[in-house]
Ligand binder design. Structure first.
Ligand code: SF4
Ligand code: SF4
Length: 73
């Protein structure tokens, strides 16, 4: 069984100016601007890229946990 890192991000919508930088750096395409608002899905792996590249400190990783995954096949 493999351990996979999962994360959860918090978006501060007051600070976020929807510049679309973080979605471009997110390796799992967990972030997207939908209807003029940044949304996150459930694919975060807590890599901290969004936190690092956001010029407005509008997004942060708030939770990191590990899940056991059974390899397919
Ligand atoms: S921490 Fe990494 S995986 Fe999670 S939303 Fe940010 S860029 Fe994407
Ligand atoms: S980089 Fe920051 S300001 Fe830009 S869309 Fe992402 S959270 Fe919002």
């Amino acid at each position: 069984m493999a351990r996979q890192r999962k994360g959860e991000v918090a978006i501060n919508h007051n600070y976020c100016k929807r510049c679309n930088i973080c979605p471009q750096f997110c390796p799992t395409k967990n972030l997207e601007i939908v209807g003029g608002k940044l949304v996150s899905y459930d694919r975060c792996i807590a890599c901290f890229a969004c936190e690092r590249y956001c010029p407005d400190l509008a997004i942060e990783v708030v939770k990191i946990y590990h899940v056991e995954t059974t390899p397919a096949g």
